[in-house]
Design a protein around this ligand. Sequence first.
Ligand SMILES: *Cc1c(COP(=O)(O)O)cnc(C)c1O
Length: 469
Amino acid sequence: MSGQHELLRSLPAVDRVLRADVLQDLVSRLPQEILTSSAQQAVADLRKRILAGAEVSAEQLDPVSVANAAVAFCQPYLQPSLRKVINATGTLLHTNLGRAPLSKEALDTIQTISEGYSTLEIDMDTGQRGHRYSHVRRLLTHLTGAEDALVVNNNAGAVLLALTALGKGSEAIVSRGELVEIGGAFRIPEVMEAGGLKLREVGSSNRTHLRDYEGAISEETKILLKVHTSNYRIIGFTSDVPAAELKPLAEKKNLILMEDLGSGMLIDLTKFGLPYEPTVAETVKAGVDVITFSGDKLLGGPQAGIVVGRKDLLQKIGKHPLARALRIDKLTLAALESTLRLYLQPEQVVERLPIMRMFNATPEEQQTRCQRLLDRLQAEGLPISLQLVEDFAQVGGGSMPQIQLPGWGVEIKPDTASVDALGRRLRNFIPAVVPRVQNDSLLINMRAVAEEEELLLAQLLIAAIRGEA
Ligand SMILES: *Cc1c(COP(=O)(O)O)cnc(C)c1O
């Protein structure tokens, strides 16, 4: 065909595009406006390409081809956007993939509580109005040794709430080495500003001493804040002041000692080969008055921000209007209560909490699983080369960045197909598969892949490599 004019005149009418079978088949699934606007977009795209001088064949101008293009615009409405992912990245608490997977117990509780009504805010002894936090308060105080506890939407909210409720209009002292930024634009100095506190920085980035805190205290000081430097480490000539050493100073000057633990562990994880970090209970014991931590990091529960500490301070925090604004919903509460319950018997945590199972997996188990995947792929005679390689997993979620969990991976190098195209196909599946890309290959790390996902993972990889969409 020749001539822009002629091409433009041959563009099919939107009505004709809409009558094509592929779009008619969608009439029962999508509202008419979406079908119409998709057909309009497909025609408009073609017009734009003609005006840009692109080669357009007669076949591309056929109403059926244009309708096929229109179906692509309908796709976002046809499949859920938030969908399941098989996490083959080896990053266990991957923030972009939803952090900690929940236990079976937590999932069952979410279902039971959310399909009907619940005791969310009713005191079953008196029949009167009760408290939403009461469902986890006893568990949290038992597990941490703190006097009181409350829970909000996430840890960023917990920090903001605690600082605002306790320190608005006054000054908080923080070590320069702890002025952290956590992924997703959570910066301690900005949180303080939002909470109406004045930030007083002390020490240098690598070294802060007790005398630095002491020298900075003024009439306006109300809080000494410690922040876990979750996602980075300063290595070498460093020193910071542990909470236990700050405690006498806080007491002497009548200040609140607060610590944002970030991940906040309820049990000692050194038995999994992870480095020693003080547990929440040890932090309480060290005398910290208010402690905040996340529910969906190393705890292995739902997204939540947990605050534990002194009763008088927790009551003040709980009464602040922000506490209402940041309150936790019943689904989260259901999941959190059943996750915390597992910690009552720490030995069962390893079997029941997916995140602990992942930590506990040995390199030998990893190797067996990777070999199984490799054999499955090998048997298909696909145009790829396969290799079992030593590989490390990461904790993720900004926790323990220096830790490498040893194991294995399967490296898939396509003979001709591009790794990018392969990755895109995998992301479009339901469930989607997210591997790591390195050395022009896909790297599959099995540590965060559940056993029951193994076979499906192999099938999806095979389909993607064969070019099946
Ligand atoms: C992760 C983290 C936060 C933010 O917690 P969210 O639950 O993601 O809101 C705050 N402080 C520290 C030290 C963290 O590691």
